[in-house]
Design a protein around this ligand. Structure first.
Ligand SMILES: [Zn+2]
Length: 483
């Protein structure tokens, strides 16, 4: 290991009430009569925070949260690696069964030209506001050392120097504002840990396709199929055509635009991401009481979500509606039902004959999971974390079992499939997986409510509370908005 990655903790004189050895010198405190009075604030600085120590701190919070239900095993966590985004220079944190990867700082990027047929990005615009100190950077961005030029052409994974997230040194040329290192986003690291922990406990239950195909014979990005072209779904758009802008991610610059907290997605990906947001929230909030989720990407609404006016950016939708994009971090409640999918009338809700449970938002699923796992009233029946693993495993097992088969005492681990709220009332279709030996395997659609019914066949009180919460948070087929 490189000893430079673990600097020896060195205390700095802060307010003048600490000695260089970090001993509190109470002789320097003012006196009141016979008594020495401690200062109201003791500021301690040290140079010990690194991406490594920050990541370790998040993992400690995940491990020490109530009821984490982590299946015993070895969980690998690595820094400065992850998923290289199509913009080449940015590497996203990811979490899977094998590895939790924590990526470096992001440079703001935007795709400015796409192949009209495939959606692939043809040219990127990188935003590099020049700076010498972080005070000159907008929002939480920091003034960091510049990356080598070829990170923007060859790709960040080509050279370890592309992972550099060091602060701009005094007098250093070419520094620009970037987002903080991803180890600094404690909800990002805990989110990826949530994916990893869920995969080990339940299996990987859902495919994660975020794009939406256009109606046959239409071209993405035209009036017949409006919206931003998906870079991952050929011939598709990132949000369902004609969806409200508050149900999409066109305003997002800090991450990719395929999905975000408020975007309407197929239920499976919304559950997967909502679960990771929930697991991060349960790691950073006490059981009982309020719950705050700190979002690491821009949030679009009619009002600003920050008390700092500098973090509120006017955003005019393509249709001319004036909205406000709150720069990250944006705090939202994980306790209050928002029914974002229903309230915003994410257009998909009103269509397709009562199949609203085929779609959802991460935001609503986050609140739903939190509510059933950590009910506001402690005596309410709760779906414990280990029961949540079983709900998913039951849902997957029931999906592939003959109709009417009783629940297995020990349900199987999930395999990738299309996943919805209610598999008995859905427009989703079976998923055909390609096995390593080249054979195809058909997997039936999984439904959360089928898992719930199988797990709680002998406990209708808990089942019914969870079903009611699903309506309350807007993840089921119920489409009523909050008053
Ligand atoms: Zn995720």
């Amino acid at each position: 290991m490189n000893p430079n990655e673990f600097p020896i903790e060195e205390f700095w004189m802060g307010t003048g009430n600490l000695s260089p050895s970090a001993e509190i010198d109470e002789n320097a405190w003012p006196t009141a009569g016979k008594w020495r009075v401690p200062p109201s604030t003791v500021q301690v600085f040290h140079k010990g925070h690194t991406p490594m120590t920050n990541t370790a701190a998040v993992i400690s919070a995940v491990l020490s949260a109530a009821d984490p239900r982590i299946v015993p095993g070895t969980y690998a966590v690595r820094l400065h690696t992850g998923l290289q985004l199509p913009d080449l220079v940015n590497v996203d944190s990811t979490g899977g069964s094998d590895l939790l990867s924590v990526g470096p700082s992001h440079t703001l990027s935007e795709c400015v030209s796409q192949n009209p047929m495939t959606g692939a990005c043809l040219s990127w615009n990188y935003s590099k506001p020049a700076c010498s100190t972080s005070a000159q950077c907008e929002g939480v961005m920091e003034c960091l050392a510049p990356l080598p030029a070829d990170c923007f052409t060859k790709g960040a994974l080509s050279d370890a120097a592309c992972m550099n997230s060091e602060a701009c040194a005094p007098g250093q040329a070419g520094c620009y504002c970037r987002l903080p290192h991803q180890a600094r986003w404690k909800y990002v690291v805990a989110h990826e840990a949530g994916h990893q922990i869920q995969h080990r406990a339940s299996g990987d239950f859902s495919d994660n396709e975020y794009g939406f195909a256009c109606p046959p014979g239409t071209t993405p990005g035209t009036p017949q199929c409006p919206g931003r072209l998906s870079q991952f779904t050929a011939g598709g758009v990132v949000d369902p055509p004609w969806v409200a802008d508050t149900c999409g991610c066109a305003h997002v610059k800090a991450a990719n635009q395929e999905h975000c907290l408020q975007s309407v997605e197929r239920s499976g990906p919304a559950q997967t991401e909502g679960f990771a947001q929930f697991y991060a929230s349960r790691s950073w909030n006490e059981d009982g009481g309020d719950c705050t989720f700190t979002y690491y990407t821009e949030f679009l609404d009619t009002t600003c979500r920050s008390s700092n006016p500098g973090d509120c950016k006017p955003y005019t939708t393509p249709g001319g509606q004036p909205l406000v994009s709150t720069l990250p971090p944006a705090a939202v409640s994980c306790r209050q039902p928002v029914r974002w999918r229903n309230k915003q009338e994410c257009s998909i809700v009103s269509g397709a004959g009562g199949k609203a449970g085929d779609y959802g938002t991460e935001y609503d699923w986050l609140g739903f999971f939190y509510s059933i796992n950590r009910p506001t009233v402690a005596t309410t029946p709760r779906v414990t974390t280990s029961d949540l693993w079983l709900v998913y495993r039951h849902a997957c097992t029931q999906a592939d079992a003959p109709i009417g088969a009783p629940p297995k005492p020990t349900p199987d681990m999930c395999k990738t499939r299309h996943f919805v709220w209610d598999a008995s009332s859905t427009t989703a279709t079976p998923f055909v997986a390609r096995l390593p030996n080249g054979q195809a395997e058909t997997r039936q659609v999984g439904g959360f409510v089928q898992g719930l019914d199988a797990k709680y066949a002998a406990d209708p009180t808990t089942r019914d509370k969870a079903r009611a919460d699903a309506d309350l948070f807007g993840v089921s087929a119920d489409t009523s908005a909050l008053p």
